[in-house]
Ligand binder design. Structure first.
Ligand code: NAD
Length: 522
């Protein structure tokens, strides 16, 4: 029976010491040189002519990783290798595949703090967030292993005299997994584990910024027993390696999580049929969000402040589930904003390695500059409720809250992927729901209310993939809150849910006429 991996309680000294030790070990080895990562094709680590230097976003100056980037030649080589291995992996018993994926979870559990430290330093994820990333990766492996045992055995469709109908699944073939940097372990692991456990061969192309974390994952999969001709790891540029994978006739399925712009481009490109292509490419694409929290006029404001602050500013707002729109009903608007402003002033901004940090750095220089420009434009157009002072040194931006923002404003409509919150007042709950739904995205949302009628109205009428009532809108757990949205937030079933694995397989039926058994025509 699946159980979520418990999150680490860092108020316990032993746990703090373990995390500190892992960070110290990593820091010590970085004093000599950045860690190296390589593409892995047919079990071999390849050194290429292009290397990518990744700096610690908390300090900017320190190099964390030096990754050999794959190019188009490695894509071709990897896909040919996987084509050779596909039949053997497809025919491996599903129970064996589940066992191997479960073993990958066990290896991650053994190396929990080491993985947390790498994520902390490479992605700039504060302690609590890095810990949740590792826990989620473990959960994905164990949940999907269980799911495969449920879906693996063929089953009979209906009992009809004289006829036997069997329904069963086969893998799609080769799956290109293209992952983002914001959950550098969990999302890459979840997509790849789902594809592998269902019997597909996988090429993992991680986000450039978090190639090192993904390299750890790739080695864990291979150590766990995924055959070297069923899995390849290709760090590289999205426009080069990602695109070459999407376009290759050897790829049957693309499982992507990332921005709307890239996702839509992948869907377009995958729809074009190339010479020698054997199957229609299936695309699963989890995209962005512009998530709203509604604070009702009778809400418990203490709870709502906590929920909004953490949802908007945890990991510097760089979660697809993060809250970036705040809608406060009627008379609660002014008191809530006054308290939000006070609470925002207490947000601790600092390096990700400091356990007290809530607002760490953003992912890279480009992101920092883009968010700072967005804040500057918003300051010229809207009333700032609060703009903090960014921590110095790395890729830091301030937490920013704007009030009385109109629904046609850029910061109300566009995903910023940073710690920027746009707030407005609604006349009543009905209008609040309308404002919340007025977005091209439909990923997460939350409502703080004490009114049973309003809670019921939200259940039905707040149309998002993951709705939370009287809690924040981030932190979905595998199995408990299967995660994913609709509209422009993506196509595909929810990650960590009971429909997820089916997307990676094709169902087949076999019908036998059993009446004729023993009948010999003259
Ligand atoms: P991104 O779209 O820039 O990159 C995602 C991946 O696509 C990377 O590996 C990148 O190298 C690759 N890529 C880039 N161009 C490509 C191309 N032309 N062809 C193929 N691959 C290409 O996204 P990001 O900045 O890494 O992540 C942030 C985005 O991800 C946000 O929009 C966020 O909302 C979204 N996200 C969504 C979910 C979800 O579950 N819905 C979860 C996490 C992140």
């Amino acid at each position: 029976m699946f159980k979520n991996q418990a999150l680490t309680d860092f108020t316990i000294e032993k746990n703090r010491a373990a995390m500190r030790r892992a960070l110290d070990d990593l820091e010590r080895s970085l004093r000599t040189a950045p860690l190296k990562a390589f593409p892995i094709v047919e079990g071999q680590e390849l050194t290429t002519a292009v290397s990518f230097r990744r700096e610690d976003p908390s300090t900017e100056s320190r190099a964390v990783a030096l990754t050999s980037f794959a190019g188009v030649a490695e894509v071709e080589r990897a896909l040919v290798g996987l084509s050779r291995g596909a039949a053997a992996w497809r025919s491996t018993a599903f129970s064996r595949r589940a066992e191997i994926v479960r073993r990958a979870a066990a290896l991650m559990r053994e190396r929990h703090f080491e993985l947390c430290a790498v994520i902390n330093m490479e992605a700039g994820k504060p302690w609590r967030e890095a810990d949740a990333d590792v826990a989620e990766a473990i959960d994905f492996c164990e949940f999907y292993a269980d799911e495969m045992l449920r879906l693996g055995p063929p089953f009979k469709t209906m009992e009809i005299a004289g006829e036997e109908n069997h329904y069963f699944y086969q893998p799609r073939g080769i799956c290109a997994v293209i992952s983002p940097w914001n959950f550098p372990l969990a999302i890459a692991c979840g997509m790849a584990a789902a594809a592998l456990v269902t019997g597909n061969c996988v090429v993992l192309k991680p986000a450039e910024q978090t190639s090192l974390t993904a390299y750890y994952l790739a080695k864990i999969f291979l150590d766990a027993g995924i055959p070297s001709n069923a899995f390849a790891f290709l760090p590289g540029w999205g426009e080069e390696v990602g695109q070459a994978l999407v376009e290759s006739p050897l790829v049957d399925m693309i499982c992507f999580t990332g921005s709307k712009a890239v996702g839509l481009q992948i869907i377009r490109s995958a729809a074009q049929v190339r010479a020698d292509q054997q199957s229609v490419k299936k695309v699963v694409a989890e995209l962005g969000g512009k998530n709203a929290i509604i604070v009702d006029d009778d809400a418990d404001l203490d709870e709502a402040i906590k929920g909004v602050l953490y949802s908007a500013f945890g990991f510097a707002g760089q979660k697809c589930s993060a809250c970036s729109r705040l809608i406060v009903v009627g008379s609660a608007y002014e008191p809530f904003l006054a308290r939000l402003k006070e609470a925002a002033a207490d947000i601790i901004s600092g390096p990700a390695s400091d356990p007290a940090t809530l607002l760490g750095p953003v992912i890279d220089r480009e992101s920092r500059d883009r968010i700072l420009q967005t804040i500057a434009r918003a300051q010229a157009r809207h009333t700032a409720l609060f703009v903090g002072t960014p921590h110095g040194g790395g890729y830091f931006v301030p937490a920013a809250i704007f009030r009385d923002v109109a629904p046609d404003a850029e910061i109300w409509r566009e995903e910023i992927f940073g710690p920027v919150l746009a707030a407005c007042q609604a006349e009543n709950f009905e209008q609040a729901l309308k404002l919340a739904n007025d977005s091209q995205y439909a990923l997460t949302g939350a409502v703080f209310s004490r009114s049973p009628a309003h809670i019921e109205a939200a259940r039905n009428g707040f149309r998002v993939g993951n709705l939370y009532i009287n809690r924040g809108c981030t932190g979905a757990l595998v199995g408990r809150q299967p995660f994913g949205g609709f509209k422009m937030s993506g196509v595909g079933s929810k990650a960590g849910g009971v429909d997820y694995l089916v997307q990676f397989m094709e169902p087949r039926t076999v019908t036998e006429n059993t009446m004729r058994r023993g009948f010999a025509p003259e």
